[in-house]
Design a protein around this ligand. Structure first.
Ligand code: GDP
Ligand code: MG
Length: 340
């Protein structure tokens, strides 16, 4: 399996499409790292037009997301989605117990899964990727789709705003809570409520599941819902209880999205958001670069000296960005911005 992999992204795709998991892992590493090769991989994946149905699993640390994901892999393998039994997992939660492409638990209990080339599991970090998680994850999902993965499960810890956004960028978003959740996690409750297509009360073996359900139902009543009312499913992921019912609800939501035309519309909106994120990240990068150039150091000193107010300083910088498209006529940033 350690045969040398091609370095050209197009060749890597070909090998990955033939089922080579190391090649697929390499493609995702390139995506993570950012830079020109990442762009090449992203472009190749995008051009195929292939899509995967993505399911986000988010919630507080310890809620049971990884355990649940583990169970959902089994559902995907045995029941499939849309007639396919392949499945990929992207773990964005750094504490997830996946190591070296193996998920602890099932793989240990079922050694045959260790060689299961129909399951691909990957933890993701996005240190080098411009735009961070919110751009790297959609890229990664498209790479997985392009090599033939029909379903991608994305485990994200629902604490930061960016993580919540990543979870929201999946076709079906599952918010995992536990009994007693109402009092425990106030911080990002509103954010999580907003993105949930369905709720899972995991650890339903513990006291308080009924109260948590009531709590959620009450909140849903106060929320302006569209034509999909997020169902609430109780599970005991550690024992595999309720997971089949959860898979049913995922399928239901997927069918609803397809039949209502929402899937196409939401994917279009997400692509637009992605485009916006990339633009923002690139502009931020350009601004940082400009700030290190001598003329713009002048703007900063003029600001410090009180000759420019912060708005004027920003005007100068933006004028510089606009005019930077003409490298033969670099603008003097201390000149008043052109009114053209
Ligand atoms: N009692 C109980 N424990 C569970 C259940 N599901 C998961 N756990 C345990 O909760 C802990 C955290 O689970 P994990 O899946 O790593 O949570 P994550 O941080 O959300 O991914 C582990 O010790 C699990 O065995 C459940 O349904 N009931
Ligand atoms: Mg986890």
């Amino acid at each position: 399996m350690s045969a040398a992999l091609p370095s050209d992204p197009a060749d890597l795709f070909e090998v990955a499409r033939a089922g080579n998991q190391s090649a697929l892992a390499r493609l995702l590493t390139l995506i993570e790292r950012g830079g020109p090769r990442s762009r090449a991989v992203a472009a190749l994946a995008f051009r195929t037009g292939d899509t995967a149905y993505s399911v986000g699993i988010t919630g507080a640390p310890g809620a049971g997301k990884s355990t649940l994901t583990d169970r959902l892999i089994t559902c995907a393998r045995t029941r499939g989605l849309d007639g396919s039994d392949r499945v990929a997992v992207l773990a964005i939660d750094p504490s997830s117990p996946y190591s070296g492409g193996a998920i602890l638990g099932d793989r240990v209990r079922m050694p045959s899964h260790a060689l299961d080339d129909r399951v691909f599991i990957r933890s993701m970090a996005t240190r080098g990727h411009l735009g961070g998680l919110s751009v790297a994850v959609p890229d990664a999902v498209r790479v997985l789709a392009a090599v033939g993965m029909p379903v991608v499960l994305v485990e994200t810890v629902g604490v930061g705003q960016q993580e919540v956004e990543v979870a929201a960028a999946t076709d079906t978003t599952i918010v995992v809570v536990n009994p007693g959740w109402g009092d425990a996690i106030q911080a990002n409750k509103a954010g999580l409520l907003e993105i949930a297509d369905l709720f899972v009360i995991n650890k339903a073996d513990r006291p308080g599941a009924r109260e948590t359900r009531r709590d959620l139902e009450l909140m849903l009543e106060l929320t302006d819902l569209g034509d999909w009312r997020p169902p609430i499913v109780e599970t005991v992921a550690s024992a595999g209880e309720g997971v089949d019912a959860l898979w049913d609800v995922i399928e239901e939501h997927r069918n609803h999205q397809i039949e209502s035309g929402m899937l196409v519309e939401l994917r279009r909106q997400r692509l637009e958001r992605e485009f916006h994120q990339i633009l923002m990240a690139r502009l931020a990068e350009q601004i940082d670069e400009l700030m290190t150039t001598t003329p713009f150091a002048g703007v900063t000193s003029a600001l410090a000296a009180g000759d420019l107010d912060p708005y004027q300083a920003a005007d100068r910088l933006l004028a510089g960005l606009r005019d930077a498209s003409d490298p033969l006529d670099p603008p003097d940033p201390l000149d008043p911005p052109s009114t053209a």
